[in-house]
Design a protein around this ligand. Sequence first.
Ligand code: SF4
Length: 57
Amino acid sequence: MSLQDRRAIPVARMCLTCTYFRPNAHPGTDRPHHCAFVDNPFDDGELRLECPDHQPP
Ligand code: SF4
């Protein structure tokens, strides 16, 4: 896969690639993940795409 192709994949601004993402920071709760930017927990259904606050690691 070329660099050009990689840049075309729209996953760059999602929680899974964000430095603020804390996966499973609250295990056993309804909202196990945590966003350190807004300092709030969230669940799998709230994982964001194209987040304006996203920061690469
Ligand atoms: S800043 Fe946005 S992309 Fe990053 S963890 Fe928080 S909600 Fe997800």
